[in-house]
Ligand binder design. Sequence first.
Ligand SMILES: [Zn+2]
Length: 285
Amino acid sequence: MSQQNLTSNPAISRAHSIRDRFAAALFAVGVKWCADERAALDWAAPALVFAPHPDDEVLGCGGTIALKAMAGSSLQIVIMTDGRTSHAQFVDAQTLIEMRRAEAVDASKQLGLDSSACTFLDFEDNRLAEHADSARKQVIELLQKHRPEQVFVSHRRDRLRDHVATYEIVTSAIREWGKPVTVLEYPVWLWNTWPWTTLPGLWAAFAGLPRMLRDSAELAFGCRTRIDIGAVLPRKLDALAQYRSQVQRHNDDSRWPILSDVSEGSFLGRFCTGIEVFRRTEQGR
Ligand SMILES: [Zn+2]
């Protein structure tokens, strides 16, 4: 799938809607309200990127990875789980694991990394929290080996169990490691809330109002490091297109779910813009 195909979905390219304008206004208020951290990232600093599943690293920080790769940063992507459940009703687990692993390597090449830049921890998808102790040990070994100054990890409130577990495992490993590191949490599923995506229906919106307000506030005011990725957006979209199992219907099977099905395409659209946002904290400094 080409970059053009990814963005040509009418739901994604529907511009200038009231919702989009409101989301942009909320961001603008956030920029005025909060200290703007957009210029303060050390591009060449060595980094580890932890992804709960194959594709989260591209969705949440693919543009930032590409910018860091261009700056010569030593960068390693660590994928925590094997992704076997995303389409378990269509293909057997081993086939899906191999598909997603190959896609991750292809995607990392599009971002300017070499094929050795991906490490797969291969914990069972959806069950990462059950293996937290073993995962923490492996993360500590990776921290000791690569000695990153920056760690990118899924946001602490990123809704899915494996995403929250990845945050908890990685940050507890950093504390145990004890070295100073900048932690940059990237939202993925946190974006799936109004006004960033379409309303799920009036009743669902009403029932979920407290959470919607909290998540929108976090995106506008909590994720204050905003990276302009406009210059490398085509690379990010090319990397995303490598995740064929997530963006194309396999064998043209109309039942095969893809990312553009979520929230009428507006969810995937959040990752096709020229900006990536992060909640940033300094650990051990
Ligand atoms: Zn995920």
